[in-house]
Structure formats: C-alpha cells, structure tokens
Write a protein that binds this ligand. Structure first.
Ligand code: HAM
Length: 443
C-alpha cells in the first residue's frame, strides 16, 4: 500500500539535505562565534504556554496550532515556534542564575496548520537565537547584526526591515486611536480583522487581504506614538547598526505575527529579481518584555531573538547566484580500487581517513576507472584516490584533484603524512571556510 506524506510535510534529501546541513552548520558556527550556547527543548508543550505567550490574537494560536489531548486528557501542542518553549526552559531550569546575559541558539521543527503553498509548510524547520538580559540597545542590535551577518555569509544579499513598537502607555494610546480609525471601516474588513479589532487592533496592521491593506495604509503611524524613552532606545539601536555598516529600511506597518513583542521588531528578506520571493520573509524577530515574568520567571530581564525558516533559506540559497561554497559536505576523497588487492589497500586507507574524520567514500566494489570517476563527480568529491595494478606494483597511490585535474603519485608509506600536510595547509582558509584540496602542496 502506498502511503503519502502528510499534507504540508516534506522530505529533504540528496543535495538539498546537504544544503540544509550546510546552512544549519554555518548558522550554528556563527551563533557560537557570537557567544551563544546550544539548547534543545521538547517538541511538545502544554497548550497554555503558547496561549499565554504567542498570544490569543495571533493567527498561530487562534487557527494554526496542532493541539490534542493525550491519553491522560492533558491538552498538548506541537511547538509552532521556539521562543515560548525556550522561555519556559529558562524558567524551569533557572538558566538565568549567574548566566546573564544568557545567549542561546537552537534548531528544530515547528508545526503550524497553515494552507500549504510556496515557502509555507505545516511542518518546517527553524533555527534561531534568544538573548535574555536587562534591556540594552546594544544587545538588540547584536541579534539583528547576527542575522544580517549570517545571510551575508551564505551569499544572500540581506534586506532588513525594522520597526519599533512602543511600550505600555504610548501603546495603549496608539491602540485606542487605531480602534477609533478602524471602527467606521470595520464592516468592510475581513472576519480576522473584526476579531483582531476586539482582541488586539495592532494585529490588523499585519493583515494581507488586499482590500484591507488599502484601509490599513491610511491608519495612523506607530512612529508618531513613541515616547522619549522609546525614541532614545530605538535611535541607539540604529546607531549601533550604523556603526557596523548595516543598512535597514524602516517600515511603520511591520508588527509581526506574534503578540509578545514590544520594542524593536525586524524581518529579513533578500535582494532578488525573482518575484517568487516577493514578500517572503527568510526570518524575523524582535524584543519582548514580560515573557519570563508571565511564566513566573524573574521580572528584571527581557529578551530579544530571531528565527530563520530553513526551507525558505534553502530555496533562496538555491535560487540565488551565491558564491558560498558550503562548509565541506562534499567528500574530500573518493576511493577507486581497480582490483581485489587494490580494494584491501583502499579499505586500509579509507579506515585511516575515516578514523581521522576525513570525509571519504569507499563503496567496497571494484569498477573501471571511468565508472569511478563518474560516481565521484556525481558526489562532487574533491579528489579521487586511484589504486590500480601499476600503483600496487610500485607501492603508491594516485591522488587526482577532480577540480584542477592535477594528479600525483603518493608513496603508501608517505600517505598519512602527506594527507595531513595537505589537510593542514588547505582545509581552512583564513575565514575558516573549507577549501578544496590542492594536493600539489603535498609533493
Ligand atoms: P515567525 O516570523 O513566526 O517568528 O517565524 C520565523 C520564520 O520561520 C519566518 O520568517 C519563516 O522563514 C519561517 N516560517 C514561519 N512559518 C513557516 C511555515 N509555515 N513554513 C515555512 N517557514 C515558516 C517566530 O517564530 C519567532 N519565534 C521569532 C523570534 C525569535 N522572535 C523572537 N525570538
């Protein structure tokens, strides 16, 4: 019986799986460079965690959660995002004790019951960071800069949109004025907007219905409601970004789809002529106050974080003309034994390479050189190690660089030493990027 994948889910395999691994690996390395520590949290949480944090006015909580009763009748939800679960974990494990600013990064799947379409899945993957500390514009800017630097690193030209959501009193005033503005238009607006009007009118600004957008464009701008403190903080963040040459567009309609934000909010797009990516955010995030407190954690700390969607990064990366070469998921060596005896030697050498964490492929078969070359190229191997009759007779192997075409005979006794000198000199360049091996240096 043929069983299809669940609607909105998908398999990631072959070169796309390699791209996924590369993109995640680069994100993790970059997060660690900024001082973030890994955290792994459960996929399942109590439903009220998301109700209380992501919020009753968000589409996620009202329409998109995978919620069910377990056998003991508890209401559980598959995480639709990470921030709430991370805050729960921070409180559960008191991770804030003697560890502030607390910097955490994560990768994993999320679940949202959305209408599947390009760049929108029901199970998708996020990678992100959360930073918990007393509010500080430098820390807000750090998180924004990390996401920006990451997109640059993987060869996507980032477009950064930012906005600032005012704190309590100014926000109350803005919400009141928004309500007054939308009230006479409400009959002509979508059902979601009518609901948002009652629960959180700010979320109307996020509505994508074209006829609603025309009305929304005329709504009062949030930027005129910022208090002196808000403005000071916002300007400081912009100054920090300016100091390191990060450009941004200010968008006073950017409110994000989750209720917990206050302060800076931002989204990343990328510069492309491909209209398939128009309006598709690769990632986003912002500052939030009160989430820890809401979960009975300390009140003196706020948070700021971002998440990227892996699937969107993969398709952006695959469609972009990027020079990013990945982090080395391609095999360094592909073994090509041309006889039984050659296979024994190939086995010994491949074992040595495997034990030393050098990416090497040996398929325990004897084929023609032509056929090995075809397979090695298909796997995008950087070098092939040929062990033919001639090689065995003379006690050497031939290492051919498949990129440059240059080949060299390496005496078996010298093999370990030469492989290591090659790897040491060529494995990483000054930026830590893994390079193709130039085996000429070994001889
Ligand atoms: P979000 O904007 O809801 O923010 O999601 C972040 C990213 O996840 C999006 O920009 C998008 O790339 C990806 N994404 C969201 N939904 C889907 C989907 N259905 N299919 C594919 N990709 C999707 C958050 O989740 C916040 N927790 C971000 C954050 C972290 N704020 C503070 N800290």
């Amino acid at each position: 019986m043929k069983i299809n994948p669940v609607k909105g889910t998908h398999d990631i395999y072959s070169s796309t799986a390699n791209d996924a691994l590369d993109l995640e690996y680069t994100f993790n390395v970059m997060a660690m460079a900024y001082g973030y520590e890994p955290i792994v949290i459960p996929t399942l949480e109590h439903t009220n965690l998301f109700q209380r944090s992501v919020g009753e006015s968000s589409d996620i909580v009202t329409k998109e959660m995978y919620t069910f009763l377990d056998k003991a009748g508890r209401s559980l939800t598959l995480r639709p995002e990470f921030t709430a679960g991370i805050m729960r974990a921070v409180v559960t494990n008191k991770l804030y004790v003697d560890n502030i600013p607390l910097r955490l990064f994560y990768n994993g799947s999320c679940f949202r019951y959305e209408r599947p379409q390009a760049g929108r899945y029901r199970e998708f993957h996020q990678m992100g960071v959360e930073l918990i500390a007393p509010t500080n514009p430098g820390l807000d800017a750090e998180v924004i800069a990390l996401g920006f630097a990451y997109l640059k690193e993987i060869g996507l030209n980032p477009i950064l949109k930012i906005n600032y959501l005012p704190a309590k009193d100014s926000r109350e005033k803005y919400l009141k004025d928004l309500k007054a503005f939308f009230e006479p238009n409400l009959d002509n607006m979508c059902e979601d907007c009518k609901r948002r009007y009652e629960i959180n009118p700010l979320r109307i600004l996020d509505c994508k219905v074209p006829s609603d957008r025309e009305i929304i464009e005329k709504a009062p701008s949030i930027s005129t409601y910022l208090s002196d403190d808000d403005l000071k903080h916002y300007n400081e963040i912009k100054r920090f970004l300016g100091n390191i040459g990060i450009s941004y567009e200010e968008d006073d309609r950017l409110v994000r789809g989750l209720d917990y934000y206050s302060g800076i909010v931002f989204e990343y797009y990328f510069d492309t002529d491909n209209s398939d990516f128009a309006g598709i955010a690769l990632g986003g995030g912002g500052h939030y106050d009160g989430l820890l407190q809401e979960l009975d954690g300390p009140s003196e700390y706020s948070g700021v974080g971002l998440s990227f969607g892996l699937e969107r990064l993969i398709s952006a990366y695959q469609n972009a003309d990027t020079e990013y070469k990945g982090t080395g998921m391609r095999p360094i060596f592909y073994m090509a034994p041309l006889s039984e005896e050659g296979l024994d030697l190939a086995h010994t050498l491949a074992t040595f390479l495997h034990e030393n964490s050098v990416h090497t492929i040996l398929n325990y078969e004897i084929k023609s050189l032509k056929s090995f070359l075809k397979s090695a190229n298909k796997k995008q191997a950087r070098n092939i190690i040929i062990i033919g009759e001639d090689e065995l007779k003379k006690g050497f192997v031939t290492i051919k660089n498949l990129e440059s075409g240059v080949q060299h005979e390496v005496a078996i006794d010298d093999f370990p030493e030469i492989v290591f000198s090659i790897l040491k000199e060529n494995y990483e360049d000054d930026d830590g990027e893994i390079q193709s091996l130039d085996i000429t240096k070994g001889n």
